[in-house]
Ligand binder design. Structure first.
Ligand code: TEU
Length: 555
């Protein structure tokens, strides 16, 4: 068993975490100041989203220099101090590395666009117009075509994401060498690992061609998801960088199924330690389309969780468990009740997440139950993906109110609002003007949570501590009981000696179930302050009530 099988990770979105110099932008000294807080929470691993220099079209995922820190976050010296302090707390740090694309401001792209013969000419994907049209009819993940015309080179370049984020051509051996040298340099700086952005997109299927566009998925991704050399490239990184430096890795796998995810994370393949998959977060997409007002059904969520729990165990892989990140709305607003039952709802999510097999990730603010921003005006949004989607919806005839309601439900900015530390202006995030406004008024801050033994924070502490104490969290197999039940989720994890059970009422009305099912169990985590309500043959789960129990395996 590896250390990270029982560890809990925490994702920091640095620009919204803690500002230290009043510029409205979170920074490294701010993170250093808050490390004792994360230590108190009990996490052992941090994922930091990108902090490299960047023009900021995609909040740092458009990197213009891989080998230093963006001055808005601090200096490389600050970064090293952060590492040293984290290590004193036995917290490891993963950098977010974006290897699928760079910024158009990266020197490689600036050289590449000059002409067709320079040494960087093939570092990116360039193509001539096809009959006066874009080279292929693929759709960018940020709306519109994946191709942008470049006047200088008189060709189109490929960008799966925003137009200032051209895709790198990994088939070029010189590029691979430069990237590996850059990764080795980060290893020398003392970092503990990498979160690898859309890593299953780096190998493209050549030659490119048009797609039918018959379904939302038929948007060109067949040419770039899990391409022909992706495993080779990851094995190369593992052999040269991850393994010799004992690094921890988590890959972001876009549109990957269970079998592929197993291949990436099976230790026998020497690629990644674990991976994020997204099927459970597409549960409220209508016909696979994100920018719609989605419906959510509990049996559908259960089916997806079961598929991944059973499937990844079968493939000998490892899941990264998460409900949200900087690209997703807040899960309490999305799946539960973020108002009257907000505390119960966030605790339910924690209990359901921590009972599963995998390494749990807490996204900043989840531990205090932060909710969606509920912005009411398009100007409050900063994110280009959301703004482009809004423009596209308006163009397709969606009225303003509906388009704004869709953003309130789906925009990434919902999770990017500044962290709520205390009740001073801007929740103690900054003394200046925050880069993104805080959302709705919020009664709960970190300061309140730390003073309350019944807080959401306290429950996360308890769950984090429980995982290493009970092997069944790590090695228990998975059984979803009553998969068609539309209100209550009940699953079990079993190993040779123990049974872990989770019960969770995903509705606002009380639900009664058989008390016999609770026999010989001990309560490990609960989201109501008193015990379970048992009367005769039945026990009743109150609105959004959730409990995690352990018992002995009866052979
Ligand atoms: O996201 C990958 C990705 O596939 C996105 O399309 C994601 O599904 C979308 O943002 C959800 O709204 C990664 C990063 O996490 C994201 O922040 C970046 O924008 C993207 O890569 C490009 O680097």
């Amino acid at each position: 068993m590896a250390w990270w099988h029982t560890a809990t990770a925490y994702q920091i979105y640095p620009r919204s975490f803690q500002d230290s110099n009043g510029d409205g932008f979170g920074d490294i000294p701010g993170i250093i100041r808050r490390l004792p807080y994360l230590h108190e929470l009990g996490i052992q691993l941090i994922w930091l989203t990108p902090m490299y220099p960047s023009p900021g079209y995609d909040n740092g995922y458009d990197i213009s220099d891989y080998q230093t820190i963006d001055p808005r976050y601090g200096t490389l010296t600050d970064f090293k101090e952060m590492l040293a302090v984290a290590h004193r707390y036995h917290i490891r740090i993963m950098m977010d590395l974006v290897l699928n694309h760079t910024s158009t401001e990266h020197p490689w792209f600036k050289a590449s666009r000059q002409d067709k013969t320079n040494p960087y000419a093939d570092f990116y994907f360039w193509a001539d117009a096809a009959a006066g049209q874009v080279p292929t009819n693929w759709l960018s993940r940020f709306s519109g075509s994946t191709w942008e015309w470049d006047d200088q080179r008189q060709q189109y370049y490929l960008h799966i994401f925003e137009q200032h984020m051209p895709d790198l051509n990994w088939d070029n051996p010189v590029l691979r060498k430069k990237i590996l040298a850059m990764m080795a340099w980060w290893a020398e700086q003392g970092i503990d690992g990498f979160r690898l952005d859309v890593i299953n997109m780096i190998s493209k299927r050549i030659p490119f061609g048009n797609v039918s566009r018959a379904t939302p998925q038929d948007d060109g991704r067949a040419y770039y998801i899990n391409g022909p050399h992706v495993h080779h490239y990851l094995q190369l990184m593992n052999q040269k960088i991850f393994a010799p430096n004992h690094m921890i890795t988590v890959g972001e796998l876009a549109s990957a199924g269970v079998a592929e995810t197993g291949e990436f994370t099976n230790p026998a393949n020497h690629e990644l330690a674990m991976a994020f998959s997204f099927e459970h977060l597409k549960i409220d997409y209508t016909d696979g389309r994100k920018w719609t007002l989605g419906q959510f059904s509990l049996p559908a969520l259960k089916a997806v969780l079961t598929k991944w729990q059973v499937g990844i165990a079968r493939e000998h892989g490892w899941n990264a468990l998460f409900w949200t990140n900087h690209d997703q709305p807040r899960a309490i607003s999305r799946f539960l009740n973020d108002d009257r039952y907000r505390i119960e709802s966030q605790k339910l999510l924690a209990i359901v997440q921590f009972g599963l097999q995998g390494t749990p990730y807490i996204y900043q603010g989840e531990e205090i139950g932060m909710r969606n921003a509920y912005f009411t005006n398009i100007d409050q949004y900063d994110d280009r993906e959301s703004r482009n989607a809004y423009a596209a919806m308006r163009q397709e005839g969606v009225d303003t109110a509906t388009a704004l309601a869709i953003l309130q439900q789906k925009s990434r900015d919902n999770a990017r609002t500044p962290m709520h530390w205390n009740h001073t202006p801007n929740y103690g995030f900054t003394t200046g003007t925050p880069w993104l406004q805080p959302g709705l008024d919020d009664p709960v801050t970190v300061k309140d949570a730390l003073a309350d033994p019944q807080s959401i924070f306290a429950l996360y502490q308890q769950l984090i501590a429980a995982r290493p104490a009970y092997p069944v969290f790590t090695d228990g197999d998975f059984h979803m009981l009553a998969p068609d039940d539309t209100t209550v989720m009940h699953y079990q994890r079993r190993n040779q000696t123990a049974v872990l059970s989770v019960w969770a009422n995903w509705s606002g009305t009380p639900q009664s179930r058989r008390a016999a099912d609770l026999r010989n169990t001990r309560l490990l985590a609960h989201n109501y302050p008193d015990g379970l309500q048992i009367a005769g043959e039945l026990f009743t789960l109150r609105p959004y009530e959730a409990v995690l129990l352990v018992g002995k395996q009866v052979q």
